[in-house]
Write a protein that binds this ligand. Structure first.
Ligand code: 13P
Length: 256
């Protein structure tokens, strides 16, 4: 089943707005639950309130980050078991964390392995910078990130693993990637995952596209044979827009 994931990042700025946004998404997501999995990723302080609201709605909940240790003296961090108590999903290795928090491939590999071992679903993000894209280095960068990030992942984890291809130059820029280009990179990702955990297990790993996805362009991605959904940033902060993205995805997969 395709996954449509809403990464709210550090938005909206108060809990009331966050709960309004959830209410706007919930009713529609429930109706599409046969065809599409919807997951929302609010900021940490609102996870509990959102969790209370979406209970029994079919909408899944996730966090935007996690630490790799299970407990201990790690000020400010949140462990996989703590998240597992309220979330089904976590995003790991988002480019904004790579850029602003200096997260390395090695840290991302540890986070991915730790979250999977706590039975969370993991969306591991990969994607090249604009300079790399301009230099024709996209495949090299993305394959390096996938190989490093999955270093400790086992074939058994494949059903809970999602890889989001988010070219950094497409994030928040309004410059969404050409679908043909996105397809080639996703095909590469699938091949590398197959080399690492076996082709059978790799087929269970879902691959998403992210980067300036909106209602008017989502169809061209979810129609791609290898694309299992989308990771949406800015457009997920507008309930109406996000609901259209969910509906379009549901329609496309309903016809497959
Ligand atoms: P935008 O949809 O705002 O480009 O953000 C994409 C993203 O980073 C999702 O994780």
């Amino acid at each position: 089943m395709p996954l449509v994931a809403a990464n709210w990042k550090m938005n909206p700025s108060n809990l009331d707005d966050a709960l309004d946004l959830v209410r706007g998404v919930m009713s529609v997501a429930r109706g599409q639950a046969q065809n599409v999995e919807v997951a929302i990723f609010p900021p940490f302080p609102w996870l509990l309130s959102v969790s209370d609201l979406i209970i029994e709605s079919g909408v899944k909940l996730g966090a935007q980050n996690v630490f790799w240790e299970m407990k201990g003296a790690y000020t400010g961090e949140v462990s996989p078991p703590m998240l597992k108590a309220i979330c089904q999903w976590v995003i790991v290795g988002h480019s904004e964390r790579r850029l602003y928090l200096a997260e390395t491939d090695e840290m991302i590999a540890k986070k991915t392995a730790a979250a999977l071992s706590a039975e969370l679903g993991v969306i591991m993000c990969v994607g090249e910078l604009a300079d790399h894209y301009d230099a024709g280095m996209s495949e090299q960068i993305v394959s390096g990130q996938v190989r490093a990030g999955l270093a400790s992942v086992a074939a058994d984890d494949s059903a809970r693993l999602v890889i989001a291809y988010e070219p950094v130059w497409a994030i928040g820029s309004g410059r969404n990637a050409d679908p043909e280009f996105a397809y080639k990179t996703m095909r590469l990702i699938r091949r590398i995952v197959g080399e690492m955990i076996g082709a059978g297990a790799a087929r269970k790993v879902r691959i998403l596209y992210g980067g300036s996805v909106k209602a008017s362009n989502v169809q061209q991605y979810v129609e791609l044979p290898l694309c299992d959904g989308v990771l949406v940033g800015g457009a997920s902060l507008d309930a109406e827009e996000f609901v259209k993205i969910v509906k379009t995805t549901s329609e496309v997969y309903g016809h497959r």
